[in-house]
Each structure stands twice: as structure tokens, then as C-alpha cells.
Design a protein around this ligand. Structure first.
Ligand SMILES: Nc1ncnc2c1ncn2[C@@H]1O[C@H](COP(=O)(O)OP(=O)(O)OP(=O)(O)O)[C@@H](O)[C@H]1O
Ligand SMILES: [Mg+2]
Length: 214
């Protein structure tokens, strides 16, 4: 198993958002989670990544418990709905943030990933001039260069039109599979979910009695 989540619960005040969630991911498995707005999908991803502390439950990654490992040390990549990029750096400058130190940079990897993401020739383009799809590709390229043990994708394609969203979902799947990176992809689009996921999980399967299905 690459990820095991056991009996995970998260409350905000007296409101229990995640109740007794159990979820397993096989090695290199990609799962897609579908669920209505407000049911707790982002909270689940934030808790797995270490941005949110659970009230209860166990999380292990590649066989190691990670509840007490800091967010930075978990080796988990996350993509959000809005691409998070440094506006004053160009495409290449943003991608190089994958490396903490200059000596770690592997420019062969950088250029091969730029090519794979269709960003070759755009290295010095300003972030504000990128299309929404290109901006998410930059974020994905940067995340992949960190060799994450797990990638969490929180509706990264939801701002794109439906054709582009599904096209990029297919590309993302191929890229993740080629690298053997397991991922959890959250979306509201059932077609996108079935394109990217080896399995599609509806929120109600994860949390029976939770917010009603879409
Ligand atoms: N830090 C917080 N403090 C208080 N309440 C929170 C906090 N974070 C999330 N919530 C609440 O938890 C619930 C679940 O939020 P979450 O963002 O996980 O939903 P979601 O499934 O990702 O929804 P969407 O599909 O709209 O992104 C919401 O009611 C939200 O207001
Ligand atoms: Mg969300």
C-alpha cells in the first residue's frame, strides 16, 4: 500500500467534518474522489498533507506512520484549484522552486518535464501571461520534480473548459503512471474522475451518512 488512512476524524469547533474515514491506495494507484461542495474533500487532502491536524486517526505513507511528521517532511505534493505560482518569477524560475538548493538541480529532468508538459519554449514567459491550463501544468511540473511519494490534486482543473479539463486529466494520468506516483484527485466532474482514476470513489462510500451525493 502507498497510503493507508484509518479512522480519520476532523472537527472544527463542535462540527465534525470528517468522521471515521478509511482509505487505502495501492502502489502507484490513482483514485478520484467525487463529492458535493462542502462535504470535506479539501479537509481530507489537507489532513493527509499535514496542513490540518486530525482529531483522531492514523495515516501511513509507504508503510511509515506520518501523523507526527511535518508537512514539509512528508514528501507529499499538492495542487490546488487555483495555481499557486510566484508572480514575479517566470515559468522556469517557478519550476526551479522544486529544488531547495541549487546543487540539487537536474536541468535534464527540468527540460524533459517542460517538454512533457508542453511548456518547452515558454521557459521565460511571465506567469500572468499563461493560460489557466498552462499555469496548472507549471505547478504540476514543479510538483513532479520533487519526486513526491504521493500527489494530492484538489480540483486543479475545475477552472478550465470541459474539453481542456478532460484532455489535461488524460495527460496527467499518463505522466503519473509513467513515474509510478500515486495520487488522489478530487473533482466534481464524473467524466474527468473516470479518465484520471483507476478507481472512482463517491463521498458516500467514504463517509456513509455524510452530505448527500451530487
Ligand atoms: N479551518 C476551518 N475552520 C472552520 N471550518 C472549516 C475549516 N475548513 C473547512 N471548514 C468547513 O468544513 C466543511 C468542509 O469544507 P471543505 O473545504 O473540506 O469542503 P469541500 O468538499 O472541499 O468543498 P468544495 O467542493 O466546495 O471545495 C465546510 O463546511 C467548511 O466551511
Ligand atoms: Mg474543496
Amino acid at each position: 500500500m502507498s497510503l493507508i488512512v484509518e479512522n480519520l476524524s476532523v472537527s472544527f469547533g463542535n462540527q465534525e467534518i470528517l468522521r471515521d474515514i478509511n482509505l487505502n491506495l495501492e502502489q502507484s494507484e490513482i483514485i478520484a474522489i467525487l463529492g458535493p461542495s462542502g462535504c470535506g474533500k479539501t479537509t481530507l487532502l489537507r489532513t493527509i498533507s499535514g496542513l490540518q491536524e486530525p482529531n483522531f486517526g492514523k495515516i501511513s505513507l509507504q508503510g511509515e506512520p506520518i501523523e507526527h511528521v511535518t508537512c514539509e517532511q512528508r514528501g507529499i505534493g499538492m495542487l490546488f484549484q487555483k495555481p499557486v505560482l510566484f508572480p514575479f518569477k517566470d515559468v522556469l524560475g517557478n519550476i526551479l522552486f522544486a529544488y531547495q538548493r541549487k546543487e540539487e538541480r537536474n536541468m535534464d529532468d527540468v527540460y524533459s518535464i517542460l517538454k512533457e508538459m508542453g511548456l518547452r519554449g515558454k521557459e521565460h514567459q511571465a506567469i500572468e501571461t499563461l493560460s489557466g491550463g498552462e499555469a496548472q501544468r507549471v505547478v504540476l511540473a514543479r510538483a513532479l520534480l520533487t519526486n513526491p511519494k504521493l500527489l494530492l490534486l484538489d480540483e486543479p482543473l475545475s477552472a478550465l473548459d470541459v474539453d481542456l479539463r478532460r484532455k489535461i486529466a488524460q495527460e496527467m494520468r499518463s505522466t503519473l503512471k509513467a513515474r509510478g506516483i500515486p495520487a488522489i484527485h478530487v473533482t466534481h466532474d464524473p467524466v474527468e474522475a473516470s479518465i484520471i482514476g483507476d478507481r472512482v470513489i463517491h463521498w458516500n462510500e467514504l463517509q456513509p451518512g455524510g452530505v448527500d451525493e451530487e
